[in-house]
Design a protein around this ligand. Structure first.
Ligand SMILES: Cc1cc2nc3c(=O)[nH]c(=O)nc-3n(C[C@H](O)[C@H](O)[C@H](O)COP(=O)(O)OP(=O)(O)OC[C@H]3O[C@@H](n4cnc5c(N)ncnc54)[C@H](O)[C@@H]3O)c2cc1C
Ligand SMILES: *[C@@H]1O[C@H](CO)[C@@H](O)[C@H](O)[C@H]1NC(C)=O
Ligand SMILES: *[C@@H]1O[C@H](CO)[C@@H](O)[C@H](O)[C@H]1NC(C)=O
Ligand SMILES: *[C@@H]1O[C@H](CO)[C@@H](O)[C@H](O)[C@H]1NC(C)=O
Ligand SMILES: *[C@@H]1O[C@H](CO)[C@@H](O)[C@H](O)[C@H]1NC(C)=O
Ligand SMILES: *[C@@H]1O[C@H](CO)[C@@H](O)[C@H](O)[C@H]1NC(C)=O
Ligand SMILES: *[C@@H]1O[C@H](CO)[C@@H](O)[C@H](O)[C@H]1NC(C)=O
Length: 488
């Protein structure tokens, strides 16, 4: 009885005011608490504060009416049915590392925290691991290490499995096996109607394809079944250079990326800090075999680092040892382009000497890092061989550039956004005018207002929309869960 009264209120809320919405939120939280007692966290409870401020950037902290941590697929299905019945806004969170406000947290409404989906089950016979969507990559890798296998997963261990995988996912294993999404063989999904379905190459194939890059537009993923590969020992680590070495590093980067037959076991991520010469440039070198100084990294050999952390170590240790900056407020922007010497020089100049650098430095604790992520055509071809994904990538060698901006004060949010957006649009102009533009924006490195899914291409967008209409006919994941990268 009370429930139908609130459902009436819910309809009214759409027309009326936030006070009614808040009453409805409060009521659904009390209702959830009666059914899922210990899993519903109200604002008065001790753990609420830490959970509502998790994790990566203060720009996405928010105050949900309550946070629920379902611990089984059935419970999650019941929670989804309840919030949909009550017409309450909600958000879904895995590792909380998105910097998109509202994507994985919510002001009012219900935050569904997937952290109880935290198991890793390895099946050696099938060479797969079933991985809970609420895990961080660290738990995934360390659970598989005793078996000497790994998965195609994130490069920084505290990042979450759910968001990274649903956004495509860049891994050190990508040149060999494709992106993270390309190595999912089954998704267990709770749909908007509270139904549990599996999406794989045999059943619900359209959804299987759509989830490979389609983010939180179709349902909530509880578990991913990921392919495993034999890998334990590796070589590599971090080399730190002074910012003066940047021109040499970029020449080496060009050589590394344009070599005739790039070794797919070799990976590099260059991060430079043009606003902060005391950090300089950090090169993460990864070789997926225990071989010291393989030929693939020869272009970097004659550049003397300030610090050289390369060593033989396990692949997991290598990733654990990577430095992770601690920033208060963070945003990031992404651009993609083909390999070209002049363009590399031009882009480096834009992002390290442009007028925006002084503007960013002028903000309290304003900083910029640019990350240079080489992607080989082999990564895209491996994805196609696995049945394809929704990303709409052409199989060409390319770079995914990411600009990470950090700052301190909420009053500077807009300026930090605008200065960095200005640089990314200059990068796009440069690649467009030289004919090396790649029409793709990597979701996991993209700002909220970058047109990520639009760029998957008209045909893919149409397929994604048709799939959403089939599995979520009422558009719950567009309207009630409206945060994140939505279908255009
Ligand atoms: C230090 C750092 C390192 C990074 N390194 C990499 C990297 O190596 N490779 C890479 O690809 N990206 C990387 N990223 C980017 C990262 O992939 C994104 O920030 C991603 O959103 C993080 O996933 P998450 O689960 O932590 O995010 P969340 O913030 O929890 O979620 C992100 C989005 O996914 C949705 N979502 C999450 N879980 C589910 C689910 N189970 N079902 C449905 N929707 C869900 C959320 O609703 C939200 O919209 C890195 C980010 C940081 C901060
Ligand atoms: C709540 O209790 C159940 C049953 O005791 C348990 O399985 C579950 O993990 C608990 N949930 C949380 C979030 O602690
Ligand atoms: C993110 O949250 C996890 C889990 O609460 C915590 O262990 C970790 O220290 C947090 N990381 C940051 C950078 O706040
Ligand atoms: C993993 O590799 C190590 C070192 O090569 C070996 O000693 C160990 O037996 C392997 N473990 C398994 C489960 O294969
Ligand atoms: C990408 O580079 C590799 C060598 O590094 C080369 O073999 C391949 O042909 C290139 N791909 C394309 C599409 O040009
Ligand atoms: C530069 O980085 C160092 C080391 O992280 C930090 O201590 C310093 O405050 C930074 N300087 C500026 C101007 O941001
Ligand atoms: C830096 O900030 C000061 C004071 O707000 C302002 O006058 C100046 O123009 C700014 N400089 C840049 C490069 O933005």
């Amino acid at each position: 009885m009370a429930r139908s009264a609130f459902q009436v209120l819910a309809g009214f809320a759409l027309l009326c005011c936030s006070a009614v919405r808040a009453t409805q939120d409060h009521a659904v939280c009390n209702h959830l608490a009666t059914i899922h007692g210990n899993e519903t966290i109200q604002p008065t409870e001790a753990s609420y504060e830490a959970l509502s401020t998790e994790n990566w950037s203060q720009t996405v902290w928010a105050k949900p009416a309550c946070i629920i941590q379902p611990s089984s697929t059935e419970e999650l299905a019941s929670v989804v049915s309840t919030v949909v019945d009550w017409n309450v806004n909600f958000a879904v969170r895995s590792g909380g590392h998105s910097v998109v406000p509202g994507a994985a947290n919510i002001e009012g409404g219900v935050l569904i925290d997937m952290s109880q989906f935290n198991t890793v089950d390895y099946d050696a016979d099938k060479s797969v691991a079933v991985v809970g969507s609420g895990l961080r990559w660290k738990e995934v890798y360390t659970s598989l290490d005793p078996y000497n296998v790994t998965v195609v997963g994130g490069r920084v261990l505290e990042v979450g499995v759910g968001g990274l995988t649903l956004g495509g996912g860049l891994s050190y294993l990508a040149d060999l096996y494709g992106f993270v999404c390309d190595n999912v063989v089954n998704y267990e999904v709770v749909t908007a109607s509270g139904t549990v379905i599996n999406a794989n190459a045999e059943s619900n194939q359209d959804l299987f394809w759509a989830l490979k890059g389609g983010a939180n537009n179709f349902g909530i993923v509880t578990k991913f079944t990921l392919k495993t590969y034999p890998l334990h020992d590796a070589w590599g680590g971090v080399r730190v250079y002074s910012l003066d070495a940047l021109p040499q590093l970029m020449d080496a980067m060009y050589e590394y990326q344009s070599v005739g037959n790039k070794d797919p076991y070799a990976n590099i991520m260059l991060q430079a800090f043009p606003t902060n010469a005391s950090i300089g440039a950090i090169l993460e070198i990864v070789y997926l075999k225990p071989e010291v100084e393989p030929e693939a990294f020869a272009p970097f050999r004659n550049i003397t680092p300030l610090v050289d952390g390369t060593q033989l170590q396990t692949f997991t240790e290598l990733m654990l040892n990577a430095p992770v900056p601690e920033l208060t407020r963070v945003n990031w922007f992404s651009a993609s382009f083909k390999t070209d010497k002049d363009l590399f020089t031009k882009v480096t100049d834009i992002v390290s000497n442009g007028p925006e650098i002084a503007q960013l430095t002028n903000l309290t604790a304003g900083s910029l890092a640019f990350g240079w992520q080489p992607i080989s055509s082999s990564a895209i071809l491996a994805g196609e061989a696995n049945g394809g994904n929704a990303l709409g990538l052409e199989p060409v060698n390319q770079t995914w550039l990411v600009l990470d901006v950090g700052w301190w004060n909420a009053e500077d949010d807009q300026l930090a956004h605008d200065y960095t957006a200005s640089m990314i649009s200059k990068v796009d102009d440069a690649s467009q005018s030289s004919g090396h533009f790649v029409d793709y924006i990597f979701m996991n490195d993209a700002a909220a207002d970058q047109p990520v899914i639009e760029r998957y291409g008209a045909e893919n967008v149409a397929k994604l929309k048709a799939t959403a209409a089939k599995y979520d006919p009422d558009g719950v994941f567009q309207h009630l869960a409206s945060g994140g990268f939505k279908l255009p």
